[in-house]
Design a protein. Structure first.
Length: 493
């Protein structure tokens, strides 16, 4: 899918593979302007372990807004409005950003599916914020009553919903996702349907989000797919980004879904390079074109991108493909014959041995040092009572009122905050403990996130005067219901 893009030739690099390398070496065909039919081209997926991702592929658009936008079998894409393309809009290279109610894309000439056909969609998806109400963002469109349709929807609570419908409107299957989309973060979505009476299943980042069984029947759709362009209702009040959109006339296997997700890195379709242009040692100041080959740290690489500058080959898989890797250190060879013994050198003079010095008398005992500071630990262990709770020190009680949890302290310094949870918050979630002074948060804070269960802040320390009020605040972002344990040092003079 491209907007008013001058057609051109594109040469793209060899496949990046996790398990098996499946490539064909061809020159890609020139593609046409947006809104017209995009010509068929022989491309391959960068990761295709079983060599099956091209089977049943009906449409694939990398959303690069240039000749990398591939449409197999002469499909076409019609744009409304002026979508935005660029690196900030994409997950793999460029992507497309659509604006609520003003941009849309209609993919034309796809198979006219009924409820009996199996199919799959796969794409990267990002929203800047959750909508105020349910909105549609992708649909298999219907031209009249009784026709088969599909609707993918963003819910206001951050989850996703997937429906099979018969225009009338009759719901054939309704799959409610349970995973909350994090605003501003990319998610890879795969939706599969197994055909008559089969399962409608959705996957988010290669993990099943929901599944539902289809029941009913409908006549064929009109063969179009709408992205932010719904013909059956007006629920298109949604800003979102989309990238690497693929449509298959089959149910994607677990291996195919895993390859497309590619450990969260993603991938795209490329037309393999025919021949290399050797450019010698890689330089961060040179602009490399597709097909340029370089040497770097004993290995060789070929450029996958155009006008690529400053992308170090060994850490830039989106820009460089490995050709030949530097080998391991070879085995130590056999010992050679012993050489002739050299002439004996002159003996140097022996140095004088110094005399042992006598032990000196024991010195007097020094004065006693000044008294050190008095140190103690403030802490507690609490059941999780939710977000924005104050933890009463030296106990297990929590409260929503800071006045019920703060305590006066003698002058001293709070430091070395340690937090431990009994259960990790989970991906995209976190839990934070903050030491507060006189009702204001301080820098002595510690956050446990993702799969971690502990954190330590040994960097910050907070000074208190006599009578200052000390309190401890717990906040969380969708963290699991774990017990909260904390402790920190309090040193008084």
């Amino acid at each position: 899918m491209r907007a008013n893009q001058t057609p051109g030739w594109g040469l793209y690099g060899m496949c990046r593979m996790r398990v098996v390398r499946n490539c064909s070496f061809v020159v890609p065909l020139m593609l046409s302007w947006a809104g017209a039919s995009l010509g068929a081209a022989t491309h391959v997926f960068q990761v295709d372990s079983g060599g099956t991702l091209l089977t049943g592929l009906e449409y694939y658009a990398p959303e690069e807004a240039d000749s990398r936008d591939v449409s197999l079998y002469g499909r076409s894409a019609t744009l409304t409005g002026s979508p935005t393309w660029g690196p900030s809009s994409g997950r793999v290279g460029n992507g497309m950003a659509l604006t609520a109610g003003s941009n849309g894309v209609q993919l034309n000439g796809l198979p006219a599916w009924t409820d009996a056909n199996s199919w799959s969609f796969g794409f990267w998806y990002k929203v800047p914020m959750h909508p105020a109400s349910e909105q549609s963002y992708l649909s298999v469109q219907q031209g009249g009553l009784g026709q088969f349709g599909v609707s993918f929807r963003q819910e206001s609570d951050g989850t996703l919903r997937y429906l099979l419908i018969k225009r009338g409107i009759v719901t054939l299957a309704d799959c409610f996702g349970t995973t909350v989309i994090t605003p501003g973060s990319w998610s890879y979505i795969v939706v599969t349907y197994a055909g008559t009476g089969g399962q409608l299943t959705a996957y988010l980042d290669d993990s099943q989000d929901c599944t539902a069984t289809e029941s009913g029947s409908a006549t064929a759709s009109n063969g179009n797919v709408g992205v932010n362009l719904e013909v059956d209702n007006s629920l298109v009040d949604l800003d979102f980004n989309i990238d690497e959109l693929g449509i298959w006339s089959k149910v994607l296997s677990s291996e195919e879904r895993e390859d497309l997700y590619n450990d969260g890195i993603g991938q795209t379709m490329v037309a393999p390079v025919v021949g290399f242009r050797w450019k010698g040692a890689w330089s961060g100041d040179m602009a490399y074109e597709t097909g340029d080959a370089v040497a770097f740290n004993g290995s060789s690489y070929v450029s996958l991108a155009r006008a690529s500058t400053g992308n170090q080959p060994d850490i830039s898989p989106e820009s460089w493909e490995l050709i030949a890797q530097r080998g391991d250190q070879g085995l130590t060879g056999d010992m050679g014959p012993q050489g002739p013994q050299g002439a004996e050198g002159p003996q140097g003079p022996q140095g004088l041995t110094g005399s042992q010095g006598m032990s000196g008398p024991t010195g007097p005992t020094g004065p006693s040092g000044a008294d050190g500071t008095s140190g103690s630990v403030i802490g507690g262990n609490y059941a999780n009572a939710g977000n924005n709770r104050f933890l009463v020190p030296w106990g297990d009680a929590t409260t929503a009122m800071e006045a019920n949890a703060n305590v006066p302290v003698p002058s001293g310094v709070a430091t070395k905050l340690v937090v431990s949870l009994t259960v990790a918050p989970g991906v995209g979630h976190s839990a934070t403990v903050t030491v507060r002074k006189n009702g204001v948060g301080t820098a002595l804070t510690c956050t446990v996130a993702g799969s971690a269960t502990t954190c330590v802040n040994t960097t910050d320390s907070i000074a208190f005067m006599d009578g200052d009020l000390l309190s401890v605040l717990y906040t969380e972002l969708n963290a699991a219901g774990a017990r909260i344990r904390f402790g920190f040092e309090y040193n008084a003079p």
